[in-house]
Design a protein around this ligand. Sequence first.
Ligand code: AMP
Ligand code: MG
Length: 416
Amino acid sequence: MQSFVSMEEAFGLIGDVVQDRLTLIEQVTLSDAVNRYVAEPVVAQLSIPPHTNSARDGFALSTEQSLRASRGEVIPIAMEIRAGDSPDQLPADDSAGCVQIMTGAPVPPWATHIAMVEDTEQLSAGIRVARLSPEGMWIRHVGSDIRAGEAILAPGRRVLPEHIQALASSGVTRVSVHRLPKVAVCSTGEELVQLDAGTPGPGQIYDSNRPFMAAMLTNFGCDLVVNQHVGDSLEEMTGYIKDAMAAEADLVVSSGAVSMGNYDFVKPALEAIGAELIFHKVTQKPGKPLLFARLPNGALYFGLPGNPVSTVVNCRFYVHYALTGMQQRPPESPLKLRLAHDFEKQQGQALFLKAIVRRGKGGAMVEALDGQESFETAPLLKMNGWIVLSEHVGSMSAGDLVSFFPASPRGLPDIF
Ligand code: AMP
Ligand code: MG
């Protein structure tokens, strides 16, 4: 096990382990696939368009007919063809005249021009064309949008409602996606009172980490299979880990009991169960005592320190990073934004700063909020994201570019 790893090393170690623990795959319908992550390449079954068709209501003419029409001659109409008519019904050549055609109807192979209805005059003997569109205009060719057999969505892509247009049109009815990751959460600590259990007594506090973790992980698209409070004892802690393994959790999370106190039972419980400890303690603030392990059944384990902001940072960044990798998604990358003020910092420790990005005269400016201690939750109500500073950087000046991650990895702050 490694101790005191850097933020970058911690992400690297998690990334390596996650390769062996991709979430399982399932086939779902298009509507169920929305917001899920593609697990196997999605291949178009049909070309779009499936047949060469007209983009306008009008008349399909051959080159010869269009030459005559441009000289002012009346062109007879051989037949009318509608969207949904088979290309087999089309006249084999232009000998009987042009074809009146509706948007989406198949274009005869001999037709080179479409004259729009509004550019023609209909007479009893046929049509006179006032304005002829250039050759090929308003003809949508088979496969010009998507070709049958083409891979159209790669693994790791999140399926969006807009994608359904191309998927449905190209004959894809089911998509192979990652199953929702199964996640177990627990809070630890004898001082904790559950929200529905009445007012905390002397020395007690409400359990805020557990409802937080449940909310954030559900928001990340996880299936919560275990959600419990655990007392500060080795037996209860090992009992939780066994419950999580029995529930086949892909990822097991605990808050608290991972530091240097006499009741910090997470590490002893993991050792008792035969887990592989990968790292403990990251040179960062907040959330330094973060622990990462692999359970005997291959599930990933995150021991998050209990201070509320430590739990938020480690869940938002490291647990989210693992969930991203498990579903083959590319890692998040930060926005680079200008700092609104000078900022003093020592090298040797990474910082996650509660921050707010605002529109300024010269573009977006980001500001670290007051109250950066790991117990200070009021700034969480004001912030719209995090400034993340590597341990390799020192003090910064106003106007310097810094990495900014939105509070919700799924969306930019409201100002954008
Ligand atoms: P620990 O990591 O268990 O040493 O806890 C560190 C600090 O976070 C202590 O002040 C705890 O009381 C507090 N804490 C631990 N777990 C929770 C929780 N679930 N909700 C709110 N505060 C907590
Ligand atoms: Mg504790």
